[in-house]
Design a protein around this ligand. Structure first.
Ligand SMILES: [Zn+2]
Length: 176
């Protein structure tokens, strides 16, 4: 009853309601792959020449769906679908979270508010990794270099300034 498939079905239903009220939106890709504090996301591509929007995508937060089903269904779905209505029908005058967007949101059952107050786990910031270098000092590298070293893509990495090197086995810990 409260699966991702059920959630997706409710999203489709809301899109149908919106299309009945405001006109065709077009194919919408629905994904539940948002992480962190974002509950939902509406995206599209704008044609550089005509200014028309297409390639609509709605993304939702899986953790939020699991923990806050009612708010996600009653608030977040209409919120994001209202963004698509505004993008597909710019003649309506809806933009960002302006009054027209809020009016469309409310007409789809939403609350017309721009922010959610669900408790969600913050997304991870890009991590950094600490190694002990060949001079015995600590060297911090970013995720790309860390992954390359650990997967063996590089056997060794040299710090251009100090000349010190690190290898896979020199990894100490994630940076705070
Ligand atoms: Zn919004």
């Amino acid at each position: 009853m409260k699966t991702i498939a059920d959630f997706t079905a409710l999203v489709k239903l809301c899109i149908e309601t919106a299309e009945a009220k405001y006109g065709k939106i077009g194919p919408v890709e629905i994904r539940c792959d948002v992480r962190g504090k974002t509950a939902g996301y509406a995206g599209w591509k704008t044609n550089r020449w005509t200014g028309e929007n297409s390639n609509f995508v709605l993304r939702f937060n899986r953790e939020a769906i699991a923990k806050h089903w009612d708010e996600m269904v009653q608030v977040t779905i209409p919120h994001e679908v209202a963004h698509l209505v505004c993008a597909a029908h710019p003649e309506l005058g809806g933009r960002d979270h302006n009054w027209k967007w809020a009016q469309i949101d409310r007409s789809l059952g939403g609350n017309g508010e721009r922010c959610h107050n669900m408790e969600l786990t913050p997304g991870r910031k890009t991590s950094r990794y600490v190694y002990k270098d060949s001079l015995g000092r600590e060297m911090t590298v970013g995720p790309k270099h860390h992954a390359a070293l650990q997967r063996g893509k590089y056997g060794l990495l040299r710090n251009r300034k100090t000349g010190a090197t690190i290898t896979r086995g020199d990894y100490l810990r994630p940076a705070a």
